[in-house]
Design a protein around this ligand. Structure first.
Ligand code: DX5
Ligand code: ZN
Length: 220
């Protein structure tokens, strides 16, 4: 039951000293670039921010995965720096008011970017329906399911998370479902068969001797 999935290399595993060449090497074989932002608070690691995003040169759309405590403070920075789709974690948003998930998504749309919501392994998809409701679920372009605890590349895939793909579809979600963490040819196939639209891969692509071959092996 697999269909054509999009491949999104995570540049977290790339050589930052030659980012432009790293991206150019995989660009013809992939569909979008995944940019992982970590603040050392929401996750126990620090990566990079908007000033580095400005240096990411690509024809592909850039998905910015914000693993940070207060994403609403930096949305404009990331959109102005080249982010096409901004992904925030449901876990950091307020239950209501200015910084609720719905209001943060509204702000992203107002800035002219596409919207994404990410859930950590322990967060159920049901939370999204509770927080967003049917109407707002329709305004989400991408839901990112974490298949590792966010914070580091190169971790092992959590197979139990695959069930969330079908659950999201049952809830009526029609946008893109992306899977992030521990993706390789084997785990990627499992997710593609379960209905995933986007496979994010860091270590599997940038850690490979033959990156082109690795990227191609994810085309399901
Ligand atoms: C993890 C990040 C991922 C990570 C994936 O916190 O959100 O995007 O880079 O890396 P791999 O594919 O190496 O698990
Ligand atoms: Zn990510």
């Amino acid at each position: 039951m697999s269909k054509k999935v999009q491949i999104a290399p995570s540049i977290l595993s790339a050589d930052f000293g030659k980012l432009t060449q790293e991206i150019a090497e995989v660009e013809p074989y992939t569909d979008r670039i995944h940019f992982d932002v970590m603040d050392g608070n929401f996750v126990p690691n620090i990566s990079f921010g908007a000033p580095i995003l400005k240096w990411v040169k690509t024809k592909l759309p850039i998905d910015v995965h914000l693993m940070i405590e207060r994403p609403w403070l930096y949305l404009e920075d990331f959109v102005k720096s080249g982010g096409d789709l901004i992904i925030v974690h449901s876990e950091v948003c307020a239950k209501s008011g200015k910084n609720s998930l719905v209001n943060v998504l509204k702000k992203i749309k107002k800035l002219g970017a596409k919207t994404g919501v990410c859930i950590k392994p322990k967060t159920s998809v049901k939370v999204l329906m509770d927080v967003l409701g049917e109407k707002w679920l329709r305004h989400v372009d991408q839901i990112l399911i974490m298949t590792v605890e966010p914070g580091f590349g190169g971790q092992s895939f959590m197979p139990k998370m695959v069930g969330k793909i079908g659950q999201l579809r049952k809830m009526g979600f029609k946008g893109d479902i992306a899977i992030d963490g521990g993706i390789n040819a084997e785990t990627g196939k499992i997710c593609a068969d379960a209905g995933a639209d986007i496979l994010i891969a860091g270590n599997y692509i940038f850690g490979a001797k033959d990156r082109v071959k690795a990227a191609k092996s994810l085309k399901f």
